[in-house]
Each structure stands twice: as C-alpha cells, then as structure tokens.
Design a protein. Structure first.
Length: 160
C-alpha cells in the first residue's frame, strides 16, 4: 500500500494512531499490526506498507512499514483502507477497493479488474499534485492493474 502526502510538511506516522485494514478472504475486516522501518512521510512524498511475504520483490527495500503476511493478505477482489482507529469503519482516512469486492470496501465504484501478486494499482496524478487524485470514486482515482508499476516509499524523490 502506497500512501502519498500531498502537504507541504512531513507527517510523523509514529505520532498518529495509523491503522491499515484489509478485507480478509472470508470478507472480514483485519486491522494489521505495523512494524515501522521509517516513521515519516516526506512532504509530497510516499510511504510504503507491505507484507513480510513480499521480501522477494525488487521494491521491498523501499518499504517503510511491514505487516505479518499471516495476519492477512490483499485478495484479488479486495479492499484496504487507512484509519485512525483499530475499530472497523471508524475514523477512516481513505479507502480503495478493486475487482468484485462488496461495499463498504471502496469509495464510489471499485477499480476495474482484479489484480494479482505480480500487479499493482496506483492513484492517478492530480495536475501537478503528485499521486493525489481523490474524487472519492476509486474507479476514477486509480489506474487499473499493471505489471509495470513500481511502488514508492519515503526514499523516492518528492512529487510535485
């Protein structure tokens, strides 16, 4: 999961009660326990959260936080959201859902298509504001599944 900071100041995630929730294969909400490698999202920069199972991926070195792969994995027709609470559907910051996931795991409509272990979806650029398109409709806000997307973390250069 790639988080983008569109503000002019860094965000210290260690000072926030940041939670990442994923939809488990059985449809339940799983609050993932994060282990931080880095704790700051740079201004106009990224923060990459990945499972420990992704350690073989070439972008794993860019990770900023990990969660145990045994806790829950992204499913091919699933969803994830950020919140400031461990409680399901409480203090939600943003959501993304794809494929055949059911409500409430997305904003507006889901991103078209399922994606698999070798693919990613990525938020669209927002007219000079980095990967910040957010119309509250996942279908319009994200590019579809692709094998050519390289997730970015806090070590990536800032986006305008």
């Amino acid at each position: 999961l790639e988080i983008y900071n569109p503000t002019t100041k860094p965000i210290d995630v260690s000072a926030l009660p940041l939670h990442v929730h994923v939809r488990a294969g059985n449809g339940t909400d799983v609050d993932l326990a994060l282990t931080y490698v880095h704790t700051s999202i740079p201004s106009h920069g990224f923060f990459l959260v990945t499972s420990t199972q992704a350690s073989g991926d070439n972008w794993y070195g860019s990770r900023d936080a990990t969660y145990s792969a045994s806790a829950g994995e992204l499913t091919s027709g699933g969803g994830a959201y950020l919140s400031l609470s461990a409680t399901s559907e409480s203090k939600v910051l943003d959501k993304v859902g794809w494929g055949g996931v059911s409500s409430p795991w997305f904003e507006g409509q889901v991103v078209s298509g399922n994606f698999f272990n070798t693919q990613s979806i990525q938020r669209k650029p927002a007219g000079g504001a980095g990967a910040a398109t957010d119309s509250d409709n996942n279908k319009n806000d994200f590019n579809g599944p692709s094998n050519s997307i390289t997730p970015l973390g806090s070590s990536a250069p800032p986006q305008p």
